[in-house]
Each structure stands twice: as C-alpha cells, then as structure tokens.
Design a protein around this ligand. Structure first.
Ligand code: PHE
Length: 470
C-alpha cells in the first residue's frame, strides 16, 4: 500500500471542520457534530488504474455536491482515500488502515471483486458498512451483513451474456479464456457457460492466463485450433487489449466477447483495431438521454474534461446511496448505518434505481451490451434487469419460447440467427411473470433506448433523435 493518503475535502470543509482527534473511533466521531469520515479504497495505480481513478472521480463529485447542499443533516462528509495499487493484498491493508487509523464510519470500494473479497471480512468484523460500487462477483456480499453492492451480480451478467451470444449472435461454438487470478473472471465464465450451454451452445476450448501475463500466444493458438465462433474472455481491460492484438496477429478473426471488466478509456487505446466487432456488457451507457444521465455526463465533463465511464457513474451512485442512508440513519455508524443502507429503496442513481434486496445486492439494475465499432463504443442492446441480480438465475431452458415485445433486438451485424432478428433480449422471464408491474414499469422507463436504438455512438453528446446510427 502506498504510504500516502489522498484526502478529498472541499476547501470550505477544511476551514470549518477539524479532523477527529487521533484515536477517536469513527463511531465516536460520528456521534459529534464534525465531519463524517468515509473511507475509499481503490486501484489508483497499477494494472487497473482507470477503475480506481474513475470511481474516485465519481465519488468526489457526489460528495462535493452533497456537501455543497448542506451535507448530511448539516455535517460535511470527508473522504479518506487509499490506493491499493490494483492488488488484493493491498486492498486488505488499505481497509485495515482506514478503519483502525482513520476511524471511518463506512467504506466505499473496491471495483475488482478479488480486492473487495479480500477487504470485506475486515469491514464485517469491525462492523463498518462497506458498499462496493462495482464488484460483481456473487460471493462479495456473502461475506456478511455489513457488505453491500449497488451494482448487479455476475450470475445476472453471465446469464445475460450467455443469452446474448446464443440467441442474439446465434453462436454455437465458444472458446473460454479466463484469468486464474481473478474471482471475477472465474465467476463470470461459470455463469456464462451455464446459460450458453443450456441454450444449446458448446464450449469448444478452455484456456487460462494470469493477470499481468504479457504473452498469450500459446493459449490463443490452442483455442484457434478448436474453431470457435466467439472467444469469451471475462477479463480486465489491460489484458484484453493485449489479448486482442495477439489474437489478430495469430489470424483469429472472430469477435471477442467480455463483461464489464473491459470498461475503460484505455481499452481501445491499448487494443486499437484488434477490438473492432467485439462486444461487452456494461452497467450504463453514456449516451442515455434520460435527464439524470445526461446531466451527470455534462457535470462530469465540465469537472474532469472527459466523459464518465461506468465506474465513474457507479462511484457517484454508491457515494450518494451512502449519504442518503446516513441522512436516514438513527446514528451515523455501526448497526444503525448498516440498517439504513439495507433499507435503501428506489434511490435514483445514474445507473438506475437502486433498491437493496435481502442479500444486500442491488436489484432491478439494467445491463447494456456494447459493440466496438469504428473505434467507438456503440449501444447494441439494453436489457432490463431483474431481482435475479441478488440470486442465482433461473435455469434457462433451451426450449424456452422467445420472449416478445419489450426490448429491442440489437442491430446485430454478425451472423444473426433467425432468433437474433426476431427475439428480443429479455432476461428472467420467470421474474417478470411474478412481478408484472415491475417488468412493465422498467420497460417503459427505458423504451426510448430499447425500442429504437440499434447503434448509438459512445462517448457522445446525449441523443437528440431516437435513431442515431452509422
Ligand atoms: N465487475 C468487475 C469485478 O467485479 C469490476 C468492474 C466493474 C470493472 C465495472 C469495470 C466496470 O471485478
């Protein structure tokens, strides 16, 4: 862990509020009227540096807005940030320090699931609530009742991708390439495979790598021999960029498909043309014209000079969810704060309404699928999420009838199957049938995207017309 602490606090807050005396616990500090200390741990440097940096930007924008609007019942929030250098061991050290030395009342982080899994038990045993903005591995929130997430899970994401590849892309043969060091990669591959094979697909090759590897040629050569139609690679952007380049060098021309771990402004910078025609799932699409998203994008760009990626949006949402819970909590710390976070319902986030379910996972989050085209991200499909985000997905029977009517089919240009042109992507029909009003309501909310968009440029100014295609 780097021995420096970034303290994000507005000049006003610095002038008006002192730090809690050394040795004072977060809960004791919270009981007074001073600043409320919130810890953040993230990958500000290292192989996933954009994850931590974007998340930090989103968090700080949220906190400054909250403080400018009067803070939490008159008290300002101060964020203490620790860099874990994209290493799970350092994530555990960072959280230990935030709790034992800084006395934070709650912790925001991490992005990478392996880091959240390493740090969560420390938050749990100290009864300091932790909210991960973006760790999707299903095991994270199972670490205890103080551990929350404001994003969807990999059981949900993997199921969505499995369906997309099998039904929308009409693919039958997939090769899997996974990162043995990443809980995220292993979990997402497992959920993907379950749904993809239930829908009649076949995994024709498996290969693995370890984060930080630079030569993927042996694995890619082996995979190529099995003649897959798609390579499914649930990794992080730095590795993906290099894998894409080496795959093309070896003459592999089929699309690569992945999950949210691809999301980074560096992805296309590293992978360049090698990523053309590849797909990944994500939490949010910048070009969504709903006022909440477009206002967020405008404010973020004015502040940081760049369009917000998904981590920025998720960091912003997690920080605002926490502050909202603080306003409702009987006292700001421990069990009271935990209970207030757990009671979060329909909180309006940039990435969708945030409701925390009994498993402390956000339920009902949407998922988008993006394609890299002409060096840009384009929206291919927006899928209404379901509360399966908190639970294992319902088994997807191969014989399940095609869903109809609610979500537009992506403008797939790659080997569309007949199903791809007629069957919209709809997940968890079982949940929809049990919760018809939820399904109707959420479909309506996004109809401006789902019903009309086949390709929307990203990053871009918000849409002004329903059809914006190449
Ligand atoms: N979901 C990834 C994980 O759990 C992290 C991630 C989230 C990466 C969002 C990019 C965008 O490891």
């Amino acid at each position: 862990m780097k021995r420096f602490t970034l303290i994000g606090v507005s000049a006003m807050a610095l002038l008006h509020a002192g730090c809690p005396p050394k040795g004072e616990t977060g809960n004791a500090a919270a009981a007074g009227g001073g600043e409320i200390l919130v810890g953040e741990y993230g990958s500000l440097t290292g192989s996933e540096a954009t994850f931590g940096t974007s998340t930090h930007n989103g968090i700080m924008m949220a906190i400054d807005e909250i403080n400018a609007a009067g803070g939490v019942n008159g008290r300002k929030i101060k964020v203490v940030t620790e860099d874990d250098q994209s290493k799970a061991e350092e994530a555990a050290n960072a959280v230990t320090k935030l709790i034992s030395q800084n006395g934070v009342v709650a912790v925001l982080g991490e992005v990478a699931s392996s880091s959240s899994l390493a740090a969560a038990p420390i938050c749990q045993s100290n009864k300091v609530p932790m909210i991960t903005p973006s760790s999707t591995n299903d095991e994270v929130t199972k670490k205890g009742d103080y551990i929350f997430r404001t994003c969807f899970t990999d059981s949900y994401q993997g199921q969505s991708l499995g369906r997309y590849v099998a039904q929308q892309l009409g693919v039958k043969r997939v090769a899997l390439l996974t990162d043995v060091k990443s809980d995220y990669s292993q979990g997402l591959a497992k959920w993907f495979e379950q749904t993809f094979t239930q829908l009649g697909g076949q995994v024709v090759a498996r290969a693995s790598y370890a984060k930080g590897d630079s030569d993927f040629k042996a694995q890619l050569t082996a995979v190529k021999g099995s003649n897959p139609q798609v390579l499914f690679i649930p990794g992080y952007y730095t590795d993906i960029g290099q894998i894409a380049i080496q795959a093309r060098d070896l003459g592999i021309t089929v699309p690569l498909v992945g999950g949210d771990g691809w999301e980074s402004p560096k992805l296309i910078e590293i992978g360049g043309k090698s990523l053309e025609g590849s797909y990944y799932s994500n939490h949010y699409f910048y070009g969504d014209p709903t006022p909440l998203v477009s206002d967020f994008g405008r404010k973020y760009k004015a502040r940081y000079g760049a369009n917000p990626d998904a981590m920025a949006a998720l960091g912003y949402d997690a920080a605002r969810t926490l502050a909202d819970a603080m306003k409702r909590a009987k006292t700001i710390g421990g069990q009271d704060l935990r209970d207030a976070i757990a009671a979060t319902k329909d909180f309006p986030g940039v990435t969708g309404l945030i409701t925390l379910g009994p498993d402390r996972n956000a339920i009902g989050k949407k998922i988008v699928i993006e394609e890299i085209r002409n060096g840009q991200l384009t929206l291919k499909s927006s899928v209404e999420a379901t509360p399966a985000a908190g639970t294992a997905p319902a088994p997807a029977a191969a014989s399940e009838p095609a869903a109809t009517g609610t979500t537009a089919t992506a403008g797939t240009t790659m080997r569309p199957s007949s199903a791809a042109t007629s069957a919209p992507l709809r997940l968890n029909p079982q949940f929809e049938s049990q919760n018809p009003s939820f399904a109707r309501q959420s479909c309506k909310k996004l109809s401006h995207i789902t019903a009309t968009s086949t390709m929307v440029r990203f990053p871009h100014t918000p849409l002004t017309q329903p059809h914006q295609t190449y």
